[in-house]
Write a protein of this length. Structure first.
Length: 167
């Protein structure tokens, strides 16, 4: 019981959801051999991103220069998920800015997958994932926008009222 609590606590500190502990993920050897065969297309399924796309998107650290420039868009990264669920050979195939590309590579590099299975064996498989950069307005920015809209509406109403009263 104590081991389970420690495991869940460690997963929580790492920012991983606790059900990850229930999934069987092969442990990589201490010296990883070179990936000899990469499955491009097969009916063996695709590797499953632990935490899902939403978890990946939630971990984005928006580059300050891109935030200041209001840059949004999608970086597409191609990579190989090896037999142990680790992304390798990461390549940006659709770029936005160097900073956003670096953040997308960082995110995918930190991600872990349940590897694809073929005939009961984990296999390396090539994947492509998008990383979407979307700015969310802050609460203070939303309030400022709302206040400016209300102020403009009140000024317009006051102007119309003044014209009506002067007639």
């Amino acid at each position: 019981m104590r081991l389970a609590l420690v495991s869940i606590s460690l997963l929580a500190l790492a920012g991983l959801p606790w059900p990850v502990a229930a999934q069987h993920i092969p442990t990589p050897p201490t010296t990883a051999p070179a990936v000899e065969e990469v499955i491009e297309f097969c009916d063996c399924g695709t590797p499953e991103l632990i935490g899902g796309i939403a978890g990946l998107q939630a971990a984005i650290e928006y580059p300050p220069s891109a935030r200041e420039a209001h840059t949004e868009g999608r970086v597409i990264v191609q990579f190989v998920v090896d037999e142990w669920g680790t992304p390798t050979n990461l390549v940006v195939i659709r770029s936005l800015t160097p900073e956003m590309d670096a953040e997308a590579l960082r995110l995918i590099g930190l991600a872990r997958f349940v590897p694809a299975q073929q005939n009961g064996q984990s296999v390396a498989q090539r994947m492509t994932l998008p990383v979407t950069f979307r700015l969310r307005p802050s609460a203070t920015a939303s309030r400022a926008i709302w206040e400016s809209v209300v102020t403009a509406a009140l000024a317009t109403f006051a102007g119309v009222l003044a014209v009506v009263l002067t007639r």
